[in-house]
Design a protein around this ligand. Structure first.
Ligand code: ZN
Length: 278
């Protein structure tokens, strides 16, 4: 299962499933965005990544002479979809995905030719890919289920070593947890995230991720009870004291997402930016 995550190196992960890592390593992207090629003769390309010409040219080169059915995306953050339009145009195929509720932080160039509604099917010679709406990290996030390979392509909804940032207003913690619950009801699958290696045993991974989020939520509630009324800047220091302060600016987004969920649950209230237990 552990294959190198080297940008530009095409790796076969399973029969009919290949991964090409885009050359965009970074804090949010790890080694780079994973672009998956599913199928050999009838190929779907998933998450083509940022519009980096070397990456687009490499994808065109590896699919030369075969039928590409579509360029699909899991969501439209800028490390996932900007290559979709130029790649689809070069290949003469449609783009598939959804449009986000809020434009902030999204790739403005993405306009799907077809909307990946729940159950939307992309047919490849390695089996069908079925769309499952999983809002939370992004309102338009879609995971792609590949039953024949027992794989779920999870985009940024489930990542390997880090828990995805939930950034309101497009990111929504309640939706995120509901979507995780729904994925936990699928059979036990191998997860293929958009950053990092394959993750075996979805049931264990998802259970741990839900527990991690709920643990953080409990910490938010306790910190607000003990210190409220309290603002986000002071609260992030208490709730994320176990996290590198360099990451607190990012953690602040997820903290806000937790608070908005707790507010909807009537467990906390916010007055003039100060949070208290209700
Ligand atoms: Zn993302």
């Amino acid at each position: 299962m552990s294959s190198p995550l080297t940008p530009g190196q095409l790796v076969t992960l399973a029969p009919g499933i290949r991964r090409l890592v885009a050359p965009n390593p970074g804090v949010f992207t790890g080694p780079g965005t994973n672009t998956y090629l599913i199928g050999h003769k009838r190929v779907a390309i998933l998450d083509p990544g940022p519009a980096i010409s070397a990456h687009i040219e490499a994808l065109v080169a590896v699919t030369r002479g075969v039928e590409v059915v579509a360029v699909a995306v899991t969501h439209t953050h800028i490390d996932h979809s900007p290559a979709a339009a130029p790649l689809a145009q070069a290949l003469g195929v449609p783009t598939i995905g959804r449009v986000a509720r809020f434009a902030t932080g999204q790739d403005p160039s993405f306009a799907p030719d077809r909307i990946a509604l729940d159950g939307f099917c992309l047919s490849t010679d390695a089996g069908d890919l079925l769309a499952i709406g999983t809002p939370g990290h992004a309102s338009n996030h879609v995971c792609w289920h590949h039953p024949q390979a027992a794989i779920l392509y999870t985009g940024d909804h489930i990542l390997g070593t880090t828990s995805p940032v939930i950034q309101p207003p497009d990111g929504d913690m309640a939706e995120y947890l509901r979507a995780l619950d729904a994925l936990a009801r699928l059979p036990d699958l191998t997860l293929a995230p958009a950053h990092g290696p394959l993750l075996p045993h979805s049931h264990g991974v998802i259970a741990a991720l839900i527990e991690h989020r709920l643990q953080r939520e409990r910490r938010v509630v306790t910190s607000v009870q003990e210190n409220g009324p309290i603002g986000l800047d002071a609260l992030v220091l208490r709730v994320y004291s176990d996290v590198d302060p360099a990451l607190h600016a990012i953690a602040r987004y997820s903290l806000e997402a937790h608070l908005l969920k707790l507010q909807a649950d009537r467990r906390v209230i916010c007055v003039h930016g100060q949070w208290s237990a209700s």
